[in-house]
Design a binder for this molecule. Structure first.
Ligand SMILES: [Zn+2]
Length: 642
């Protein structure tokens, strides 16, 4: 059987335990149907057991040593060691992936593929398909909303912005002298995005938009007029304009914005004006083919949740903003899939939905009775959130199955990793500082310690969980002579292995190995982005407690420098990225889920042995009659087929 159509529904962070639990409780009719009609297995991620890493693995069939997309932060040889930690999202770029994406092979075979909200593979073009960047920043893609909606007035209230009167002009379209006004819009959402990896000045992000108050009747001022690209757009009181454009000319290139304007108020003498602008949407650079950007904006379809309203049945989520935003996100994604399906008749879809990972990070620990912060009240609340979250996902999956899948469609539901309860923060920086391998100096302007690279021998990354030797000739600013490379690696290993948690008198590291010896990805040529030492934490230890700045080793706070090596987390009680594939704690595992259904696929079968996420791309390729991706490390899951 060769499938005509396949959909890979990616549910970030879905944990095997919950699917079983809630299906047994009868809460997830769509997952129940998938389980009874298809194959289920745990799915082992490629380390680091993180997000960009494993969505790349799922799409390429390659493990980390092969594809080289090591986690959120990539260190590339030739850069200084802190450089890669400045740019959280660049690992999502296809240009850093050394393996081949399945959708590229489909495209070569004329199969229309779509890649939606998928945190990997950005920056490619498909001849027959579409790639639409998602809710996260993608380097090379401006934020889809450049500026928030705002009202402008000649006598602005504190929430409004001013309209500036520029003078009178004579215009053919106005029977009274046209009154020229100007407003200024700041693309505030570009600042802080990782679009072009740079800081922008206020001026670069500001555009002026001009319009006229005009008189059509000749008796009073009764409309405003925007003149753009040699065409006139007239808007009467209470009306919305057509789509208008503006261009932000930044030092790093331009980005075109589109918006609509509503004339809320215009006095008869034209002197008092109130005008509302929608958000300014980016009209380019966030989807391929690029014409899709403007098309989707004008149809009110963005993959983000921001524009969606909730239906009545979603009111239960109102108490939990996180659930509400994912309920909206599901609707936005369904709208997008419907539109693209009508347009392209796609036959291969890679879709990503992030709900569970967010819930796990914030709530999972409360479902574990040995968590020090555990209380019955928090347990109940966490259980309610998880249950509602799974119901949202179940309905989302159900709607996808109903709208886009027929009996002959291959359906794969997969997660990139699971999650474990965690509560102990550990400072790897401090461990290396105390061992004399890493050096910081107080920076009075910054009010933080700043790394002294010329005295640093080993430098820690967290996502990926690697330590890099500051090697001369490889790293910009490297100081370790190549002849000392092995000595430094030995010293790092010995320091990690001798670290003790004073509370338990045990080592918080599960495993620390040289890159070539890693039992999960070692024993073969390694991508140059794989670190010199790979380490894994024991469950319950973590690095991230809600602030991503802590994952950047370039600086270090006074509190961390002077504090203990290990302390209690305050906010994040669920973690996955630092553990060995297959790690478990209580009911939970860092393994993800794998579900597959379609003709020729075994029915109602649970595989006893977990599959590997590297197996998905070759299996889908096999079932669609495509060649497997080059450099694929996985295999076809024959045991899942009839
Ligand atoms: Zn993830």
């Amino acid at each position: 059987m060769v499938y005509r159509k396949a959909i890979i529904i990616g549910l970030d962070g879905a944990i095997p335990y919950f699917i079983k639990k809630y299906v047994e409780e009868g809460l997830l009719p769509n997952f129940e149907k998938l389980l009874s009609e298809g194959v289920f297995a745990e799915a082992v991620p490629s380390p680091p057991t993180d997000t960009p890493t494993n969505w790349t693995t799922i799409a390429t069939g390659a493990d980390t040593a092969t594809h080289g997309v090591t986690s959120f932060y990539l260190h590339l040889p030739g850069e200084t060691l802190p450089y890669g930690q400045k740019y959280r999202f660049r690992s999502q770029l296809a240009k850093y992936c050394k393996a081949e994406y399945l959708w590229k092979i489909a495209d070569e075979n004329g199969i229309p593929s779509i890649v939606v909200n998928y945190p990997s593979g950005w920056g490619m073009e498909l001849k027959h398909g579409a790639i639409i960047s998602g809710e996260w920043y993608m380097p090379g893609a401006p934020p889809k909303i450049l500026s928030d909606s705002c009202t402008y007035s000649t006598s602005p209230s504190p929430e409004e912005k001013p309209l500036v009167f520029l003078g009178e002009e004579k215009l053919d379209l106005s029977k009274l002298p046209a009154l020229k006004y100007r407003l200024s819009v700041k693309a505030s959402r570009i600042a802080g995005s990782e679009w072009l990896y740079r800081d922008f000045t206020e001026e670069e992000l500001t555009v002026f938009i001009e319009f006229y108050a005009i008189s059509i009747s000749g008796e009073k001022y009764d409309a405003v007029l925007f003149v753009q690209d040699n065409s006139a757009h007239t808007v009467k009181v209470g009306e919305w304009s057509n789509w208008l454009t503006c261009v932000f000319e930044t030092s790093a290139g331009s980005v075109k914005g589109v918006f609509r304007a509503k004339l809320e108020k215009l006095s008869e003498n034209g002197k008092s004006v109130k005008i509302k602008l929608t958000e300014i949407f980016a009209a380019e650079k966030w989807a391929y083919p690029e014409t899709l950007c403007r098309e989707l904006v004008e149809k009110g379809i963005l993959p983000d949740a921001s524009l969606e309203k909730v239906a009545n049945e979603d009111k239960a989520y109102l108490n939990y903003p996180i659930l509400l935003s994912y309920a909206k996100n599901a609707r936005a994604l369904l709208k997008l899939l419907t539109y693209i399906d009508n347009k392209l008749k796609w036959r291969l879809c890679f879709l990503h939905y992030h709900i569970f990972d967010s819930l796990n990070h914030h709530y999972l620990g409360y479902l574990y009775k040995d968590l020090p912060a555990y209380t019955e009240e928090k347990y109940e609340k966490a259980l309610e959130v998880m249950e509602l979250g799974w119901k949202i996902a179940d309905r989302f999956v159900g709607e996808i199955l109903e709208k886009f899948c027929d009996e002959d469609t291959l359906v794969v539901v997969v997660s990139d990793h699971g999650c474990l309860p965690s509560w102990k923060m550990i400072s790897l920086r401090k461990i290396l500082v105390e061992a004399g391998l890493l050096e910081y100096k107080w920076d009075d302007n910054l009010k933080r310690y700043r790394v002294v690279l010329e005295k640093t021998l080993a430098y820690p990354y967290y996502e990926p969980s690697y330590i890099w030797v500051n090697l001369k000739g490889r790293e910009a600013g490297g100081v370790v002579e190549p002849s000392k490379y092995e000595d430094i690696r030995d010293e790092v290993l010995s320091v990690l292995k001798s670290t003790k948690d004073p509370e338990t008198n045990t080592c918080p590291f599960e495993l620390a190995v040289r890159r070539e010896e890693d039992p999960y990805i070692g024993g073969k040529p390694q991508a140059e982005t794989v670190g010199d030492i790979l380490y894994y934490l024991k469950p319950s230890y973590q690095f991230w407690d809600g602030e991503v700045s802590i994952l950047d080793s370039e600086t270090m706070g006074k509190e961390e420098m002077e504090g203990p090596v290990i302390w209690r987390a305050k906010k994040i009680f669920g973690t996955h990225a630092y553990y060995t594939p297959g790690a478990r704690l209580g009911d939970f595992t860092v393994n993800g889920i794998f579900l597959m259904k379609g003709p020729g696929v075994a029915e109602g079968l649970e595989l006893k042995e977990p599959i590997r996420l590297t197996d998905i791309a070759p299996t889908v390729a096999h079932l669609m009659g495509l060649r497997k991706p080059k450099k694929c490390d996985g295999r076809v899951l024959y045991e899942a087929l009839k």
